[in-house]
Write a protein that binds this ligand. Structure first.
Ligand SMILES: Nc1nc2c(ncn2[C@@H]2O[C@H](COP(=O)(O)OP(=O)(O)OP(=O)(O)O)[C@@H](O)[C@H]2O)c(=O)[nH]1
Ligand SMILES: [Mg+2]
Length: 331
């Protein structure tokens, strides 16, 4: 007797992922993104079994304002790295589902070389969920990629909202792309982004004359007045062109240098340990939230409670108590 066909597609063995076949990896990621309870259990088992095969890649987060050239740079950098024998996986964190359709299209056209490269794997952002949920799925996808033998993981995120912090928390090295045009640009940077950055690359140096190096000088000065984030690393500021690949070999040299230093001082281990702890709490938050939103009794009562709280008939505390009691939690 043969197994029913409908279930065989969702059965992904750890060995299938470890074999490095992109189709198996893609299916495994689809499984971890699934919201169906039976898939979640299978996904947990799969990840659990694959954990020993994870952790060896260089994980790089890449952010910057829309249009700065993240995808273009990833396409060129990724191609450079596969030509050197690396296997490169590209993931995205984009929690705004309205943008996701566009981002998928953008990734397909702007990462054309990598999308066609047998040693690369390009995966768009999960299409729904809170930022915490999307980041958690991306982390799990990253671990699957590592188990499948990808030794460089590039995570793109658009530099608006809170997604940079989430991506910095997934990766070892956080690269911030900036546009040429100093001064104005500097004022526009969100406070905090410099503190997350392990390097700034001013992109589009190919067609901006000396505005790119002027901008780089300003960012260097900005780093000088910041308190150092690490005793072993001062974030470099370089100029690049994602379009022509100018500066990308130097960019990667810096990433490798950073990696060597962090390994030598065991900062890398400490960093990942901290990330694991925050990940655990993010999972707990996400699962609690899921229980809340999937509970039918809660769903039935929430509109009425919201109306009463909005009308001042019920205090916010009493509203929260009622909802939590409906969920079976002691107030
Ligand atoms: N001249 C020049 N143009 C570039 C460079 N990098 C990107 N571009 C152009 O800038 C535009 C945006 O590039 P993308 O790579 O899609 O930018 P992105 O940051 O990924 O954008 P989002 O994903 O929408 O946030 C495209 O038209 C690119 O061709 C560069 O180094 N030089
Ligand atoms: Mg992009």
């Amino acid at each position: 007797m043969s197994a029913p066909k409908s279930t065989t597609r969702t059965e992904i063995t750890p060995d299938a992922v470890r074999s490095g076949h992109r189709a198996a990896l893609a299916r495994a990621i689809t499984l971890i993104e699934s919201r169906k309870p039976e898939h979640r259990e299978a996904a947990r088992r799969l990840l659990h079994e694959l954990m020993p095969s994870t952790g060896k890649a260089i994980r790089v987060g890449i952010t910057g304002v829309p249009g700065v050239g993240k995808s273009t740079t990833i396409d060129s950098l990724g191609s450079l790295l596969t030509s050197r024998g690396h296997r490169v996986a590209v993931l995205a964190v984009d929690p705004s589902s309205t943008r996701t359709g566009g981002a998928i299209l953008g990734d397909k056209t702007r990462m054309a070389r990598l999308a066609a490269d047998p040693n690369a794997f390009v995966r768009p952002s999960p299409s729904s969920g809170t930022l915490g949920g999307v980041a958690a799925k991306t982390r799990e996808a990253m671990l699957l990629c590592e188990a499948a033998g990808f030794d460089v993981i590039l995570v793109e995120t658009v530099g608006v909202g809170q997604s940079e912090t989430a991506v910095a928390d997934l990766t070892d090295f956080f690269l911030v792309l900036m546009l040429p045009g100093a001064g104005d640009e500097l004022q526009g940077i969100k406070k905090g982004i410099l503190e997350l950055a392990d390097m700034i690359a001013v992109n589009k140096a190919d067609d901006s004359g000396n505005r790119a190096s002027a901008a780089a000088a300003e960012y260097r000065a900005a780093f000088h007045i910041l308190a150092p984030q690490s005793a072993t690393w001062t974030p470099p500021v370089i100029t690049i062109s994602g379009l022509t690949s100018q500066g990308l070999p130097e960019l990667w040299e810096k990433v490798e240098d950073h990696r060597r230093r962090l390994e030598a001082t065991s900062e890398l281990r400490a960093k990942r340990q901290q990330q694991d702890l925050r990940w655990m709490w993010a999972l707990i938050d996400e699962r609690m939230r899921e229980r809340l939103t999937s509970n039918a009794a809660v769903r039935d009562r929430v509109p009425q409670i919201e109306r009463e709280v909005a009308a001042g008939a019920l205090s916010p505390m009493a509203g929260a108590d009622t909802i939590l009691r409906t969920l079976g939690m002691d107030a």
